[in-house]
Design a protein around this ligand. Structure first.
Ligand SMILES: O=C(O)/C=C(\CC(=O)C(=O)O)C(=O)O
Length: 304
């Protein structure tokens, strides 16, 4: 039996536009998910939401439509620590996808080696309260100690307001750090203000990698009001541009398809691609953001 999706849940865009911006060859979508299909890969009992299905075939079709070469498929909380849907997608990609898993502290070295062989290169620690019940720091430290020898990294997902209480813990983790969605800044606050400044200094001090993803999730001004206008999510642009200009060698980009938990609108993925040249304004910055940086992190030693 399959569970109905969460009331108000918006399905992913069935007919995304063709972007005007041509992504450079070898572009990596460094943040996307697969959900189910539920009949094959049931959702976790402890999940806080039930999404619609978003299969590997649908993800790969979007990849090809947008002109993306590779994906990094990030485990979402609705699948808990059961990584089988994500691993199945990574395995089916023919080397064109890597994975980021969720594991429990008691995970064995053999299980980690198996995930590594499948193409997993990191674990995700989620601190967003509407998505998970917080795991104790000690448990997360145990996981970080276990994955570090594999050369994996830790992907952190948190709200900007929570960074002050988490920063020391993050800094103590013995693995490279990658932050989702620019640490979820409140874009109504100034880009030069103390909150975003604290985030930038955290990134600098800890050599953190940052995904300049999810304008659709962070924006207050929202998508374009007028049909045909391709400049969307304008209030997020200065934040992303700032991160790209300060940390050009450690920024990553991703679609966040299938855009879980958006309730006001569902973005057109073609429009999200057209957002890229607004935040990385030169061809050289675009190449680092879209190709060189994610290749170094997820496919080291390989050429795009
Ligand atoms: O897609 C994202 O990155 C963000 C999510 C979902 C998520 O991370 C999860 O369920 O694990 C969100 O903000 O609801």
């Amino acid at each position: 039996m399959t569970a109905p999706k969460t009331p108000g849940w918006l399905d992913w865009h069935a007919d995304p536009s063709t972007p005007r911006f041509r992504l450079p060859p070898g572009t990596v979508d460094a943040h996307c998910h697969v959900f189910g299909p539920q009949a094959e890969f049931p959702f976790a009992p402890e999940r806080k939401y039930t999404p619609c299905d978003a299969s590997k075939e649908q993800l790969f079709a979007l990849r090809d439509h947008l002109g993306i070469s590779r994906n990094v498929i990030v485990q979402a909380t609705c699948h808990g620590a059961d990584n089988s849907a994500m691993v199945d997608a990574v395995r089916a990609s023919g080397g064109r996808a890597r994975g980021v898993a969720t594991v429990r502290p008691e995970v064995s070295d053999a299980e980690l080696r198996e995930l590594d062989a499948a193409g997993v290169r990191g674990v995700r620690f989620n601190f967003v309260r509407r998505l998970v019940d917080a795991a104790p720091h000690e448990a997360l430290s145990t996981i970080a100690r276990k994955i570090a020898p594999l050369g994996w990294h830790v992907v952190l997902y948190f709200e900007a307001a929570d960074l002050p209480e988490l920063a020391d813990f993050f800094g103590s983790l013995p693995a490279p750090l990658v932050v989702d969605h620019m640490g979820r800044p409140d874009v109504r606050k100034p880009v030069d203000g103390p909150e975003f400044g604290r985030f930038l200094r955290f990134v600098e001090r800890n050599d953190v990698w940052v995904k300049v993803s999810c304008p659709e999730r962070l924006s207050v001004s929202g998508p374009p009001a007028l049909h045909g206008e391709r400049h969307a999510y304008t209030d997020v642009v200065p934040f992303a541009r700032r991160v790209v200009s300060e940390f050009e060698d450690r920024v990553l980009w991703g679609t966040d398809w299938p855009h879980p938990n958006l309730t006001d609108h569902m973005p057109d993925d073609g429009l999200l691609v057209d957002h890229v040249p607004r935040i990385a304004e030169t061809a050289a910055l675009q190449r680092k953001l879209l190709v060189d940086n994610p290749m170094r992190l997820y496919w080291p030693g390989e050429t795009a």
